[in-house]
Design a protein around this ligand. Structure first.
Ligand SMILES: [Zn+2]
Length: 304
């Protein structure tokens, strides 16, 4: 659970209100939020067994189907591989490694069965309609929740689906997707219950995550009045998730590639969506792309 030392950073002292502290820095056991980011913390490889763990693993030497090991589910608070005897951990890691290849072989065979030319066509190149910018959260696989097939979406994911102009990764992805792949839609997809957004609003030093998550604190600061006026804690948090998506859409619109492509081709269109774990549905925030572009270009116009 998140530690809730109350407001120790100058940033919070200066730019957040008591309402934020009540909402996001609550130590109450009744708080409805939990942060996977903080709760699970950094990944600790089991050093006691590390030298031999994967020595005998290969992609086809184990069959997961015959496993009688406990199923270690990282999203469960029950049995995990950390509770297993050393010999079982070793086997477990081999099997989870091999399982991916087993599923891959099944997937490839099925694709070929349905369409014998599937991989020939896939090899010919990509022509995706969509650029998807989503959260790294493992529960939101872009293609699976949208029914998109290989070749349909160029995908970029990071913690809390941020678009920062100093992040060469996302800037290169947007530039390539727009100028070379000529995507027609750019989707920024956040999700309710985002651990990154929650962690950003926690009064805690999170090390290297601090500068990354600071972008979300900035979103709160920009919309402090609206957010502070929402009395319900969960509703306020959900609104911050939505506002973060909208602000990241604006950051996409600020890029030269998007502005210039839209001026020349009338695409891409930028969309802001939010995914809900409770029903598995995507919600379109219906941002006014043309209005947003017009507003942005008052200051950030990069079209010659
Ligand atoms: Zn997230």
């Amino acid at each position: 659970m998140i530690s809730s030392r109350v407001v120790t950073t100058p940033l919070l002292q200066q730019s957040t209100s008591a309402a934020i502290r009540r909402a996001f820095i609550s130590n109450s056991p009744s708080s409805s939020f939990s942060s996977p980011l903080v709760r699970f913390g950094p990944f600790h490889f089991p050093t006691r067994a590390a030298p031999s763990l994967l020595r005998h693993c290969s992609s086809d030497s184990h069959s997961s189907s015959s496993s009688n090991l406990p199923k270690a589910n990282p999203s469960s608070d029950k049995t995990t591989w950390r509770d297993m005897p050393e010999k079982d951990i070793s086997r477990y890691l081999c099997e989870t490694h091999a399982r991916v290849f087993e599923h891959n072989r099944t997937w490839a065979a099925e694709k070929k069965r349905v369409d014998p030319e599937f991989f020939t066509k896939l090899s010919a190149g990509q022509n995706p309609e969509y650029l998807w910018i989503g959260c790294s959260d493992s529960r939101i696989p872009a293609e699976q929740i949208t029914g998109l097939e290989p070749g349909h979406a160029f995908v970029h994911r990071n913690i809390a689906n941020l678009v920062c102009n100093t992040d060469l990764n996302v800037m290169a992805v947007i530039n390539y997707a727009v100028r070379h792949l000529k995507v027609k839609h750019i989707v920024v997809c956040g999700h309710y219950g985002c651990g990154g957004v929650k962690a950003a609003m926690t009064a805690k030093d999170l090390g290297i995550l601090n500068p990354w998550l600071r972008n979300i604190r900035d979103v709160y600061r920009l919309h402090e009045k609206e957010l502070d006026a929402i009395p319900d804690e969960e509703a306020r948090y959900n609104r911050l998730v939505e506002l973060n998506v909208i602000e990241q859409c604006k950051n996409v619109v600020k890029t030269a590639g998007v502005q210039q492509s839209y001026a020349a081709n009338s695409y891409p269109i930028v969309h802001g969506w939010v995914f809900g774990f409770n029903d598995g549905l995507l919600r379109d925030l219906k941002i006014d792309f043309e209005g947003m572009l017009k507003d942005i270009q008052k200051i950030y116009n990069l079209v010659d």
